[in-house]
Design a protein around this ligand. Structure first.
Ligand SMILES: Nc1ncnc2c1ncn2[C@@H]1O[C@H](COP(=O)(O)OP(=O)(O)OP(=O)(O)O)[C@@H](O)[C@H]1O
Ligand SMILES: [Mg+2]
Length: 357
């Protein structure tokens, strides 16, 4: 186990600035998820920690060691890649043992570690097979097994589940979390899937354009996004964002007005409201409901227990998520009354996207 510190880390590829003054302290034994849109610098950041890329400037510390100038093999870090990178001509057992053989580990020690990893991953019966005789999920386990046998201080996972089908992905999430607990290792896990980030991370780091936008627990990130980008990126269906201005204790948009006492801010803002924080009037304690708005109901998407209800409030498109039990009050093509939960409104400065308290 080891903590990881990134201090003022910069990375340029030629003159492309990919990672920008990254500062991050990853706690010993934590499961930290790096999440952000494609191209935001997640893989590059992992590769910098692993030593597979050299940093342009800054410092990386793993445990108590400054590893900035160390080779990957001297960092005691194991990385699991999205494409597994298994050797097709070698058996599962040899694939798992490969790194140990390269280090001239004694044969009986190799066998002991391979069997321990295979048993943790439940792939003991597959050890004699070749990778092409395995399913995607099994290949992924082999790739993880190869990381485990090295007893690293730090595991780096780069989108390890993205090649698996939806059901297997959910199963493997649970498996990986169990494994994390068993191994008591520090894990840095990259994904662009915000649901994976929310369910797996004990801390989430949201990146955009090579910059960290927010670091927090899943709850902090979801209920208290510090930036408009974070608010829009996390949550599905996405948060509704309404442009307007704050003036004399009122949010004023071209679509509707809501009295809002609290924020001292005056000027252009974006009001954010998550689809599940929109209700039929009378569902919440009165003091939490905003004034009633009338909305036109478009085509309802039933998910099962809940439904996504696209709405038009004047000419503003919004989405609400409504409990299936209340759907009888909602008709496609008809109109419905809605309120927002005051405790769940988010306000962002339109000029820089930052949260307004
Ligand atoms: N070797 C390289 N040379 C030049 N540019 C690179 C190189 N590797 C990555 N980049 C660029 O750096 C940026 C960040 O890439 P990176 O692979 O870290 O993104 P990512 O967040 O992992 O994205 P994805 O979700 O698509 O995997 C991208 O704009 C990419 O084009
Ligand atoms: Mg990537």
């Amino acid at each position: 186990m080891a903590k990881i510190q990134l201090e003022h880390v910069e990375k340029y590829f030629g003159d492309v600035h990919v990672v920008k003054d990254l500062n991050l302290a990853i706690e010993d034994g934590s499961f930290t998820v790096l999440v952000g849109p494609s191209g935001c610098g997640k893989t590059t950041t992992l590769r910098l920690i692993a030593g597979l890329e050299t940093i342009t400037s800054g410092r990386i510390v793993i445990g108590d060691r400054d590893v900035t100038a160390l080779e990957p093999k001297d960092r005691n870090v194991a990385m699991v890649f999205q494409n597994y990178a298994l050797y097709p001509h070698m058996t599962v057992a040899d694939n798992i043992a490969f790194g140990l053989m390269a280090r001239k580990t004694p044969q009986d020690e190799i066998e002991r570690r391979v069997h321990r990893a295979a048993s943790m991953l439940d792939i003991e019966s597959l050890l004699k097979r070749k990778p092409k005789q395995l399913s995607g999920g099994q290949q992924q386990r082999v790739a993880i097994g190869r990381a485990i046998v090295r007893n690293p201080n730090v595991f780096l996972f780069d989108e390890p589940l993205s090649n698996l089908d939806a059901k297997l992905r959910v199963e493997m999430r649970t498996e990986l979390l169990k494994l994390h607990r068993e191994l008591e290792a520090t894990v840095v896990y990259v994904t662009h899937d915000q649901e994976e980030a929310m369910t797996m991370g004990d801390r989430i780091v949201i990146m955009d354009g090579g910059v960290i936008q927010q670091v927090g627990t899943p709850r902090e990130i979801y209920f208290h996004p510090r930036h408009r980008f974070v608010a829009g990126f996390i949550g599905s269906p996405a948060m509704n964002m309404i442009e307007g201005r704050l003036e004399d204790g009122e949010f004023i948009s071209s679509h509707f007005r809501i009295p809002l006492d609290g924020p001292a801010f005056e000027g252009d803002v974006i009001l954010g409201i998550r689809p599940e924080d929109i209700y039929l009037p009378g569902s919440l304690p009165a003091e939490r409901e905003t004034p009633v708005l009338t909305a036109k109901v478009e085509v309802i998407e039933l998910l099962g227990a809940r439904a996504i209800v696209p709405l038009l409030v004047n000419d503003l498109s919004m989405r609400a998520v409504i409990d299936e039990r209340h759907l009888e009050q909602v008709q496609e093509g008809g109109s419905m009354s809605i309120v927002f939960d005051r405790n769940r409104l988010h306000l962002f400065d339109a000029a820089n996207g930052e949260r307004i308290e």
